[in-house]
Design a protein around this ligand. Structure first.
Ligand code: ZN
Length: 178
């Protein structure tokens, strides 16, 4: 190959590679969430979606992280719930802030256990926790009533406010509130 051809190849390479890198890092949005699980004491910092693509390995990690902490049972979560959490933290200007998890997936056994533990737990018989479509959370440093109002404003599913236990339930079921 003549030196001129080599040089023009090199020139093209120098132009295109940085352009592709720029496309990679700035134009594809990364969706990241950080969690602390109040029952297991575990933490998770994870990018679960790039652009329109959910990342299967990240979703599997999330499923495991949000397992039923009483039985250890893992269930596949609806990833739209993670989009809801991403949007919720953004709407209260807490992007990248840690989300305290009070409850993720619940087996039917755990759900019954909670329902019968006391008369006023507010645990539904057909809870969406059993479908892995719901999560109970608080956002450290943000009043739980503020989180509730922000979740209601999103209008993306059910929102439950548990004032005495200080957490908010969000799910990707029908839009409703309690
Ligand atoms: Zn709940």
């Amino acid at each position: 190959m003549s030196r001129i051809i080599v040089r023009s190849f090199l020139g093209l390479f120098l132009i295109f590679v940085p352009a592709l890198q720029a496309l990679d890092s700035s134009e594809v949005q990364e969706y990241r969430l950080r969690f602390y699980h109040t029952h297991t004491g575990e933490r998770l910092d994870i990018v679960y979606r790039r652009g329109d693509s959910y990342l299967p390995e990240a979703l599997a990690e999330l499923d495991n992280f949000l397992r039923d902490h009483r039985t250890g049972t893992v269930h596949h979560f609806d990833p739209h719930l993670f989009d809801l959490l991403h949007e919720l933290t953004a709407s209260v200007h807490d992007v990248g802030g840690e989300i305290d998890v009070v409850c993720g997936y619940r087996t039917p056994w755990s759900n019954e256990f909670l329902r019968h533990r006391s008369a006023h737990t507010g645990v539904a018989q057909h809870s969406l926790h059993m479908e892995a479509e719901a999560i109970d959370i608080r956002l450290p440093g943000i009043p739980t009533a503020t989180v509730r109002d922000a979740a209601l404003k999103l209008g993306r599913g059910g929102v439950g406010y548990y004032r005495s236990s200080d957490f908010v339930h969000v799910d990707v079921g029908r839009v409703r509130r309690w």
